[in-house]
Design a protein. Structure first.
Length: 62
């Protein structure tokens, strides 16, 4: 996850380090979260994909 986040480091919110962003990414975007939303809550894969894109934007990016 750290390498993935580091690949878009120039786009991170001001004051958010790659290490901190990787921690956020690791804690929120786990397979357990996907499983809970898709299998547990009945979200479609498309809805989950849309949510994760929006969440990355809001939590990590400028």
């Amino acid at each position: 996850m750290h390498a993935l986040v580091a690949s878009f480091a120039p786009l991170l919110r001001d004051g958010l380090s790659v290490d901190e962003a990787a921690d956020v990414y690791w804690s929120v975007f786990t397979t357990e979260t996907m499983d809970a939303l898709v299998r547990g809550r009945g979200w479609s894969v498309e809805r989950y994909a849309d949510w994760i894109v929006d969440a990355v934007d809001r939590l990590l990016l400028r």
